[in-house]
Design a protein around this ligand. Structure first.
Ligand code: OFO
Length: 162
């Protein structure tokens, strides 16, 4: 049975993951509007992954005999200065989420909840990847300086994400 402190923190994390999905969907909509379909596709897949992260937590709470309570999801921003601004913000957001996951690990440790701590290791690894992916795109955008040829190529590359 999951302890109430841990249950509450995971419920908050479900909200944070849903917000991440909402944020990336909004970024995808921004790229659609900018006529960058490959960037939009990449972000839409990112949003889908976040909703899956939320569902993984959701199912875990039930598996442990807990209760899921859903709260309102904040509205994400809808405007950015440029594609690089979008990805710098996505990277910053992932760093913040990594901090939240690490706080959850610390809480499960202090609550001696080994099952939750073990379950969270998947997210610890996932965050390493999430940060690296967003940062890699920031670096590519810096290199091409958003030149039209470079943007065309990168849009095609990001559109190939499966
Ligand atoms: Fe759920 O990993 Fe990003 O936020």
């Amino acid at each position: 049975m999951i302890k109430s402190k841990v249950e509450k923190a995971i419920n908050e994390q479900i909200n944070a993951e849903l917000y991440s999905g909402y944020l990336y969907l909004s970024m995808s909509a921004y790229f659609e509007d900018q006529n960058l379909p490959g960037f939009a596709h990449w972000m839409a897949l990112q949003a889908k992954e976040e909703f899956e992260h939320a569902m993984k937590f959701y199912n875990f709470v039930f598996e442990r005999g807990g209760r899921v309570t859903l709260a309102a999801i904040d509205a994400p921003p809808s405007e950015w200065k440029s594609p690089i601004d979008v990805f710098e913000n996505a990277y910053k957001h992932e760093v913040k989420v990594t901090g939240l996951i690490h706080d959850l690990v610390a809480l499960s440790r202090s609550e001696k909840d080994v099952a939750t701590e073990n379950f969270l290791m998947w997210y610890v690894d996932e965050q390493v990847e999430e940060e690296a992916h967003a940062d890699a795109i920031v670096q590519k955008l810096k290199r091409i300086k958003e030149s039209s040829g470079g943007m065309f190529m990168l849009d095609r590359e990001l559109g190939g994400r499966e």
